[in-house]
Design a protein around this ligand. Structure first.
Ligand SMILES: [Zn+2]
Ligand SMILES: [Zn+2]
Ligand SMILES: [Zn+2]
Length: 89
């Protein structure tokens, strides 16, 4: 995958998809989520910024895992936090 400006997305050869269609953090605390995102570094699936707990963004910031993919059916895109790069694939 090639994308100008972001070497993180450029380094991804195969997009990681969710193992389970649930936010692994919300499940633990009994919270609800809106959309799901899958971390392309560790493969963990967490909730989006429209969700009350924003676990995907919190995980990216605290773990320094730069790239997430949408885990929603029919959505094919990647987002890199440090480069603020959005790429459809
Ligand atoms: Zn990047
Ligand atoms: Zn969550
Ligand atoms: Zn991660």
């Amino acid at each position: 995958m090639t994308e100008g400006g972001c070497g993180h997305i450029g380094a991804i050869e195969k997009v990681k998809h969710p193992k389970r269609r649930e936010c692994e953090e919300c499940v633990k605390i009994g919270a609800e989520w809106v959309h799901l995102r899958t971390c392309q570094e560790c493969g963990g699936t967490r909730c989006c910024d429209d969700s009350p707990n924003r676990h995907a963004t919190k995980h990216a910031k605290s773990s320094h895992h730069p790239v997430i993919a949408s885990a929603e059916p029919g959505e094919r895109w990647l987002y890199c936090y440090p480069d603020d790069a959005f790429v459809e694939y």
